[in-house]
Design a protein around this ligand. Structure first.
Ligand code: IMP
Ligand code: MG
Length: 167
């Protein structure tokens, strides 16, 4: 395992993202939607760095099966609360093609949310063609398969406190 981002680097970057998000949503009703399971750790750390009276909700979906894109979104669990009249910030671990995030965004678009923006910890495929441009990005990374800090390979490695390249 080659370490790509240490625990300290992640902590610092998440704090900066939290500050930026705090400024962007001051005075607005924000619901942070943590996309499960990949954004479990990132989402938990990020919300603690947003200094606003936010709500937190979970949305479980993925477009990946066995580390390969299955080409369609599978929704496993919907939001608990209606987003009507609120601003949504969708938080995910990693954007590769952007297909998953685009599908989730479209899925939630008819829900009455005032706005829907996106925040990902990692952005792969930088410069390449993506289905969606994220509003906040933690780190641009090379096109390698990474694990840790919520990211898995067949459900393992999610609990690593750092992000590494699987070799
Ligand atoms: P996209 O739909 O191509 O943007 O793929 C995004 C999803 O694929 C993420 O939410 C992850 O679940 C998964 N994924 C993509 N690249 C990686 C990786 O390097 N490690 C772990 N999961 C990944
Ligand atoms: Mg995911």
């Amino acid at each position: 395992m080659k370490i790509l981002m240490t625990e300290e680097e992640i902590t610092q970057r998440v704090a900066a993202l939290g500050e930026s998000i705090t400024e962007a949503y001051r005075g607005k009703d924000l619901t942070v939607v943590v996309i499960m399971n990949g954004a479990l750790l990132f989402g938990a750390d990020l919300v603690r760095r947003i200094q606003l009276p936010i709500r937190i909700d979970l949305f479980a979906a993925s477009s990946y099966e066995n580390d390969r894109s299955s080409g369609k979104l599978k929704v496993r669990s919907e939001l608990k609360n209606s987003p009507a009249g609120r601003h949504l910030l969708l938080v995910d671990d990693i954007l590769d093609t952007g297909f998953s995030m685009k599908c989730i965004r479209e899925h939630l678009a008819g829900s009455g949310a005032l706005s829907i923006r996106t925040c990902v910890l990692l952005n792969k495929h930088v410069g390449g063609k993506q289905f969606l441009a994220p509003d906040w990005v933690g780190f641009d990374i090379p096109d390698r398969y990474v694990v840790g800090y919520g990211l898995d390979s067949e459900e393992e490695y999610r609990n690593l406190p750092y992000i590494g390249i699987l070799e």
